[in-house]
Design a protein around this ligand. Structure first.
Ligand SMILES: Cc1cc2nc3c(=O)[nH]c(=O)nc-3n(C[C@H](O)[C@H](O)[C@H](O)COP(=O)(O)OP(=O)(O)OC[C@H]3O[C@@H](n4cnc5c(N)ncnc54)[C@H](O)[C@@H]3O)c2cc1C
Length: 477
C-alpha cells in the first residue's frame, strides 16, 4: 500500500535522483539524468524491467525525425500536435500537447544517435488519426525489444537498476520529498534519501478498485496491461494534495485475439478489414480507432467479434511479432472463399459477402467509414477478438519540467511524474487516444524529467517551468 510519512531522522543511504519504475519512462529518465551528471537509482518492483512497455508494440510517434526526413516525409510538431488534439476533441492541455509533440523527434534522434537504438519508421500503413507516417519502432516491433535495449544501455553506463524493490513509502515534509522506502521480497526495508524523485510507475490499470471507481464502463473487461501498475503515483498524489486530471481516460483495444489473448495489430483494419459480430453483422465505424473499439466489441453478443481481412493485409501485419504468434497459435483462420470462412467461424451463411457488398468503393458507408484501400480478395482471413483495457491515461498534473503540480497550483519542486504516472494527452475518456500517446508521454516526459532533475532542463513550453530544485540552495534535504 502506498504510504506517505514524514522524513525519518536518518536514511540507510542517499542518492541524488531516485526513479520509481523501470519501464520506458523510468529508463529514459535515468539516461537523461545520468547524462546531466547525476547519480541515479532506478527501483523496480519486478524481478526484471518489463512493465507495460514490454507488452506494447514499442511504437513511438514523432514528427520531424531524421528517419522521416530520409524517407522524404514532411512532418512538423505543429501537425502532430493538431492530430493529437483532433483525436481528443481539444480536451487536452494544449501546452502539454505542444511540449510532447515538440520534444518527440529530438528524443527519438537522441535514443537512436546517442544510445544506439535501431529505430525504423513504420512506412507501409497509416495509423488512424495520424496525418503523416510517424510511428517509430525497433526491428521486432515489440516493446520487449525496446525495454531490453533501454535496460542494456543503462547497464552499459553503469546506471543502477535495482529489481525486486517495491517502493511503498514517500517521505514528505513541507512540500518536498526527502526520500522513499523500499520493501524487498523477504520483507526487508530500506529508506533511501534523495534530492529528487521521478515517479515512473505508470497508471492504475492493475488496481481493480481504482479502475472500478474511475473507469466503470471497462472495469469488467480483460486487463491487458502490467499487473504491477497499481496506481501508486495517484495514491501518493492524493495524500500530498497533488492535482490529478482525466482519471476517466484510458486506452482500450478492440482487437485482442480471443481466447488466445494476443494483440492483433489494428493495421488489419486500416488496410481494409472490418469487424462483424457473431450474427455476421457489422456494428460500427472501425476507422474511429482501436481504443474505442474495446467498448464497441464488448457491447456485442458474448463481448466478442470477428475481424475479417485478407492475405495481403496479413502480409503487412506479419511484421509484428504478436501477429506471427497469433498465427502460430492458430488464432488466424485463412480460407480461399468467404463461404469457407463463414463455415470455419460459424457465422451465418452469406453474411460476409453481404457485408462486403455494402462497402462502397467511393464515399462513406452506412457507418460513415470511407474504405480507401484495395478491396478484400482471396484468400480471406478471420480472427475472433474481444475488447481489453490496455492502460490508463489520466494521472498527476505536471508542468513543463514534468514537476508535479498541487491542487492549489503550486509546484512540488523535486517530485516529477512521467509516462503513465502523469496525465497524458488522450482527453477525458477512451475516445481520445491517438496511437502512440502512451510511449510518447513515457519517453518525452521521461527525458524532460531526467534533464530537469539533473539540472539541465531547458524545455520551452507554455507550462510553468520553475527553477530547478537542485539549483535552489536550501530547498532540498
Ligand atoms: C498490449 C499493449 C500494447 C501497447 N502498445 C503501445 C504502442 O505501440 N505504442 C505506445 O505508445 N503505447 C503502447 N502501449 C502503452 C504503453 O505500453 C505504455 O503507455 C507505456 O509502456 C508506459 O510506460 P511507463 O514506463 O510509464 O510504464 P511501464 O512500462 O508499465 O513501467 C512502469 C514500471 O513501474 C513498476 N512499478 C509500479 N509501481 C511500482 C512501485 N511502487 N515500486 C517499484 N516499481 C513499480 C512496474 O512494475 C513497471 O515495471 C501499449 C500497452 C499495452 C498494454
Amino acid at each position: 500500500m502506498a504510504k506517505v510519512l514524514p522524513a525519518p531522522e536518518t536514511f540507510d543511504l542517499s542518492i541524488e535522483v531516485v526513479i520509481v519504475g523501470a519501464g520506458a519512462a523510468g529508463l529514459v529518465s535515468a539516461l537523461a539524468a545520468y547524462e546531466a551528471g547525476r547519480d541515479v537509482l532506478v527501483l523496480e518492483r519486478d524481478s526484471q524491467p518489463s512493465g507495460s512497455t514490454a507488452l506494447s508494440a514499442g511504437l513511438i510517434p514523432a514528427a520531424g525525425t531524421r528517419l522521416q526526413c530520409a524517407l522524404g516525409i514532411t512532418d512538423t510538431p505543429q501537425l502532430f500536435a493538431a492530430d493529437i488534439q483532433a483525436k481528443a476533441k481539444g480536451e487536452n492541455d494544449p501546452h502539454l500537447v505542444d511540449l510532447l509533440a515538440a520534444g518527440a523527434a529530438d528524443t527519438i534522434d537522441w535514443l537512436e544517435g546517442t544510445h544506439g537504438l535501431p529505430f525504423s519508421l513504420v512506412d507501409d500503413f497509416d495509423y488512424p488519426g495520424h496525418s503523416r507516417r510517424r510511428m517509430h519502432g525497433l526491428p521486432t516491433r515489440a516493446g520487449r525489444e525496446l525495454i531490453d535495449a533501454l535496460r542494456s544501455r543503462c547497464e552499459a553506463l553503469s546506471i543502477d537498476i535495482v529489481c525486486e524493490a517495491l517502493v511503498d513509502t514517500l517521505y514528505w515534509d513541507a512540500n518536498t520529498v526527502s526520500g522513499i522506502a523500499v520493501t524487498r521480497p523477504d520483507g526487508g526495508q530500506e529508506r533511501i534519501g534523495c534530492s529528487a524523485v521521478i515517479l515512473a510507475c505508470n497508471g492504475f490499470g492493475g488496481n481493480r478498485e481504482l479502475v472500478r471507481r474511475h473507469l466503470p464502463e471497462i472495469a469488467e473487461a480483460l486487463w491487458f496491461g502490467h499487473d504491477g501498475n497499481t496506481g501508486d503515483a495517484v495514491l501518493w498524489g492524493d495524500e500530498i494534495g497533488a492535482e490529478t486530471r482525466h482519471l476517466g481516460a484510458y486506452q482500450g483495444h478492440g482487437n485482442v485475439a480471443h481466447p488466445h489473448g494476443i494483440l492483433i495489430t489494428w493495421a488489419v483494419i486500416t488496410q481494409g478489414g472490418f469487424q462483424v459480430n457473431t450474427d455476421g453483422v457489422r456494428f460500427w465505424n472501425e476507422a474511429q480507432g482501436y481504443s474505442e473499439a474495446a467498448r464497441a466489441v464488448l457491447a456485442q453478443p458474448d463481448g466478442v467479434a470477428w475481424t475479417i481481412f485478407d492475405s495481403r493485409i496479413a502480409a503487412i501485419a506479419r511484421q509484428f511479432a504478436d501477429f506471427r504468434e497469433a498465427e502460430a497459435q492458430g488464432a488466424i483462420i485463412t480460407t480461399d472463399t468467404l463461404h469457407d470462412l463463414e463455415v470455419a467461424t460459424h457465422l451465418p451463411s452469406g453474411c460476409l459477402s453481404r457485408e462486403l457488398s455494402r462497402i462502397l468503393p467511393t464515399g462513406p458507408d452506412r457507418f460513415g467509414r470511407l474504405f480507401d484501400t484495395a478491396a478484400l480478395s482471396p484468400p480471406f482471413c478471420a480472427v475472433r477478438v474481444t475488447g481489453a483495457l490496455f492502460h490508463t491515461q489520466g494521472g498527476l498534473s505536471v508542468n513543463g519540467c514534468a514537476q508535479v503540480l498541487r491542487k492549489d497550483g503550486n509546484v512540488i519542486p523535486n517530485l516529477y511524474a512521467v509516462g503513465g504516472a502523469a496525465c497524458g494527452v488522450s482527453g477525458a475518456s477512451d475516445a481520445g487516444y491517438l496511437s502512440g500517446n502512451g510511449l510518447l508521454s513515457a519517453v518525452v516526459l521521461g527525458r524532460i524529467a531526467g534533464e530537469a532533475a539533473g539540472g539541465t532542463g531547458t524545455r520551452a513550453s507554455g507550462l510553468d517551468t520553475p527553477k530547478n530544485p537542485l539549483d535552489t540552495p536550501g530547498s532540498l534535504p
